[in-house]
Design a protein around this ligand. Sequence first.
Ligand code: OGA
Ligand code: NI
Length: 371
Amino acid sequence: MAATNTTDRRQALQAFDDTKAGVKGLVDAGVIIVPPIFHHPPDSLPTSSSSVTIPVIDLFASRSDVLAQVKAAAETVGFFQVVNHGVPAVLLAETLASVRRFHESPPESKAPYYTRDLAKKLRFNSNFDLFQSPAANWRDTLFCQALPDPPGEDELPPAVRGVLPAYSGAARRLAVAVLELLSEALGLAPGRLAEMGCADGVVVVGNYYPPCPEPRRTLGTSRHSDPAFLTVLLQDYDMPGLQVLVGGEEEEEDGRRRAWADVPPVAGALVINVGDLLQLVSNGRLRSVEHRVVANGSRDGRARVSVAAFCNADLSARTAAREYGPIEELVSSSSAPALYRSVTVPEFLSHYDDKGLDGRPALDYFRLPRP
Ligand code: OGA
Ligand code: NI
């Protein structure tokens, strides 16, 4: 039955949300078609992958090599993977396993955590933007506002207790190290970005992409850029799906074709990407690039798991009013006029959430008119 008008669609979304069982619940109930609320229009971009490769950077290499590679990646594709990053392999494995354990626990043990209440530090739901976006995604998510004030251990679902807090701390330490490199890449003192508070707050998001019976009709995550300064992403082993939109940078007049480049899972690696707020404070020098996750077409019934650590300002009342705009040293009235106005992080996030993943960059809203 097609949702032919907005009332039907609204009712179908509400009925789905009321199950509190997410997409995993649909798959467990044996759906063999993708319900209409999840149908996406065919993408106008080619689905074939670009040959661009997202660099894998060995952090044990010399500082100058690492710096050059990080700078090149952050200024172009906005994504890179890191190995020898100092986060123990067992912690990575346990983190993926704990998120899988949560999503695969019985529906009645997950339902109490199902909420859209942003005041809750721990939230389980399917599609944070279910009621805003034009099409829903084949994905369920566990959100945890992990740092600086983590929820109490007893507030965490047993499946992730102990593990998620340990991972949050490790991801933050890596983010601070990467922010040092990015500060240097911008010609700033190494501590500059971290001192601005770019990694004071960490939200850890455990995504679960169930196998999809008709993967070409929907997506795992719609194209978007990240509402953060920096993202550290842990991808499941041997489960591809993440793609980055490459090509067509503004300065390229020949219009190199825009296409999706795969970010293949690399054992033991972590993916790092520049978020919207880092693009804003770097006045466009570091690029927050759109990416998406294709629906999981695996035929063996295995779900794909990923864990994103979004590094942001500390949004507690103390510092939430802090304004972020292009860093003064990076702005000059002639060659590099300020591209964005200043925002508070809550103002940015509420614009991002209200808009939903509709294919338009959230940052555009804060652009200044060209002088
Ligand atoms: C995200 C995201 C990618 C993935 O959560 O913002 O882009 O592989 N996730 O799940
Ligand atoms: Ni993302």
